[in-house]
Design a protein around this ligand. Structure first.
Ligand SMILES: [Zn+2]
Length: 116
């Protein structure tokens, strides 16, 4: 088995730092956003699940740079279990959902509506 480390670009042109483990093919992959260092996705082939390959990649990646788990509300149930098991820092905010949280805290008696 060998480790792969490169700058990856997906089919839609989105870049990521990639760490991977290769047996005959790629059996595990970890992708990290080059700007935010958020973990974009983690994948382990079915035959190699549960053997700690993803955790190995996480440790390899953190030796090179600080990386962050996705905010909890962005994780799949599997991703959340994995993030909890592996540990390490997670993002506690995201640009894409900020307006949702602001909306929750919104006060409907602000000045704009008093002209009505
Ligand atoms: Zn978001």
């Amino acid at each position: 088995m060998t480790q792969l480390r490169d700058e990856h670009t997906d089919d839609n042109g989105n870049p990521s730092h990639r760490w991977a483990i290769i047996a005959e093919n790629i059996i595990a992959e970890l992708h990290v956003d080059p700007t935010t260092h958020e973990i974009l996705w983690v994948w382990v082939s079915e035959n190699h699940c549960g053997k700690g390959f993803a955790a190995d990649l996480y440790r390899t990646a953190t030796a090179e740079m600080e990386i962050f788990h996705a905010p909890e509300w962005h994780r799949t149930p599997e991703g959340n279990r994995w993030a909890t098991t592996v540990g390490g820092p997670a993002l506690d905010s995201c640009a894409c959902c900020e307006h949702l949280f602001e909306f929750e805290e919104d006060d409907y008696t602000d000045t704009d509506t008093q002209d009505w």
